[in-house]
Write a protein that binds this ligand. Sequence first.
Ligand code: KG4
Ligand code: ZN
Length: 335
Amino acid sequence: MKNLILAIESSCDDSSIAIINKNTYECIFYKKISQENEHNQYGGVVPELAARLHTQALPQILDQCKKYFDQLCAISVTNEPGLSVSLIGGVAMAKMLAVSLNLPLIAINHLKGHIYSLFLEQSIKLDMGVLLVSGGHTMVLFVNNEGKISELIRTSDDSFGESFDKVAKMMNLGYPGGAIIENLAKQAKNNSLEFSTPLLHSKELSYSFSGLKNQVRLEILKQELSKERQCEIANAFQKTAIAHIMDKLSKIFKEYKFKRFGVVGGASANLSLREQIENLCKIYECELLLAPLEYCSDNALMIARAACEAYEKQEFVDICEDLINPKVQNLQGKL
Ligand code: KG4
Ligand code: ZN
């Protein structure tokens, strides 16, 4: 019986392949090779290096999937958004597999993939609100009963995760900054440092993290950075970044009275953010949906899960099409 879908994810700095059963959503194979160590010394992702590492890692993972080839019914791949030089590696491999195994090809939007990380081994539940917090995006969405997506809030500059990366870079702490900053924040002994919350007195429903980043930069310049001071700055920054997310989110909750609310993207692994959204959901008696911590950051399993729905709707793409769309910022259409 041919009922397995193979999915490839290579939109940024993670090379990942997953195989899923399209009927039961059971994960048959999953592997991810992260490039974090290689990019760490540069304080961010170096696109040319990422592209080169994908060309090593993807074939290495694919080699372990060969035994499932005769059970596959489709190939799927992340085609947007992301670094174009990274996307190309996955898309080229997916096209090659689709041609050589004579299988249909499915292109998946990475952001939709993150939303499916909430439903990895279960049927999708709608309607719902979603906070997407990753390295490239920060947005609040509403997905209605029919799966139609509308955007309620977005960031006008940096993303939530990216601001953690930049703060870590300013203090020479390595990449990615999310877990590093969260960890330092926990160790802070002195809580007196405060930054001002962006757009606190503005009615505008949008996010902005660049001003906060600048407040941190000026604070770093004030005096030498001891470990204690790094913890203090990390703590004050994280507190303010989350306060900004929560300030706008509580306004949206008041208006939308969500039945359920999901938090997705790499930065949804932040425990302090999770805890505060959990409290907000309790106040509004709203069901909270979270992805397992392992699948918050980029992974091919969420792409495979999204591809199950696309397969059902026969949403196949032409192999000759240029599928790559690196800069897509908004998430429209249906889930
Ligand atoms: O979804 P993801 O893996 O990649 C993109 O699609 O961008 O998200 C990666 C981002 C990075 O910016 C990383 O620093 C951030 O998620 N991140 C965190 C945490 N863990 C990862 N940000 C805040 N707190 C964390 N614990
Ligand atoms: Zn992502």
